[in-house]
Design a protein. Structure first.
Length: 242
């Protein structure tokens, strides 16, 4: 890891009326790091990602993506990131190839860049035999891989994955995490939210979030040593019951 941060957040806060969805959180994400947010539904994970991606304005605090201000430089930020939401943003009545082409258009890729990006997706993720199939007809695990392919077509510096493996079978989840590691090794910073304890162990650095605040942060191994627990699940239970 170098000393450059892909993400820097200081006292980031988001209120919805009187409800504090995100409560003065601070953290940094290194380049090429797989950074995880672990927490139950309602912990504030998705709200945080939406603020960082320029989809939701913070109430207060500071945030920077690749050095760009999340208040004033949202358009530039969007050009530097890929985003895969909890509900895969795919068009079921389009083929796999047409979905890729649609997202290539959204990202403003010219024809040659799109074809090169599609070829990368086909070879690295294995979509080749599915290109002409309707998206509604492919298995959930492949829809997940297609959504990932769409999110990285423009070769973003940082990739946000919001609960990307929800509802997917364990084998597909492991395959998906193998793809995440490949992306990080190739130079992409990956920011992932999850409520699966086993997935949290795969992250280089992990923040445990509960009721809108970050309870602790560190590598999975550091956290287990710090709290004298054998697993991240035990660490999580220890922190949440406090």
């Amino acid at each position: 890891m170098n000393t450059h941060y892909s993400v820097e957040v200081e006292n980031l806060t988001r209120l919805f009326g009187d409800f504090v969805a995100v409560d003065r959180i601070s953290f940094q994400v290194h380049d090429r790091e797989i950074f995880g947010f672990l927490g139950a539904n309602g912990a504030g994970k998705t709200t945080t990602i939406k603020m960082l991606c320029g989809l939701l304005l913070p109430t207060s605090g500071k945030g920077y993506i690749e050095g760009l201000d999340i208040y004033t430089q949202t358009q530039k930020i969007k050009q530097n990131l890929g985003y895969m939401s909890q509900k895969f943003s795919l068009y079921e009545d389009l083929t796999v190839s047409e979905n890729l082409e649609f997202y290539g258009g959204i990202y403003g890729l010219n024809r040659s860049d799109f074809l090169a990006a599609r070829e990368r997706a086909v070879t690295s993720i294995g979509l080749g035999e599915l290109l002409d199939k309707l998206t509604r007809d492919i298995p959930l695990g492949w829809k997940q891989k297609l959504a990932l392919s769409c999110a990285i077509l423009h070769n973003p510096k940082i990739l946000f994955l919001d609960e990307p493996t929800g509802g997917v079978d364990p084998i597909s989840r492991r395959q998906f995490w193998s793809l995440i590691y490949d992306l990080a090794e190739a130079g992409t910073t990956v920011f992932v939210t999850t409520h699966y304890m086993d997935e949290a162990e795969y992250c280089h650095c992990l923040a445990i979030m509960h009721d809108g605040s970050i309870r602790t942060i560190g590598s999975p191994q550091e956290l287990k040593q710090r709290y004298l627990q054998k697993s991240i699940e035990d660490v999580f239970v220890e922190l949440v019951k406090q």
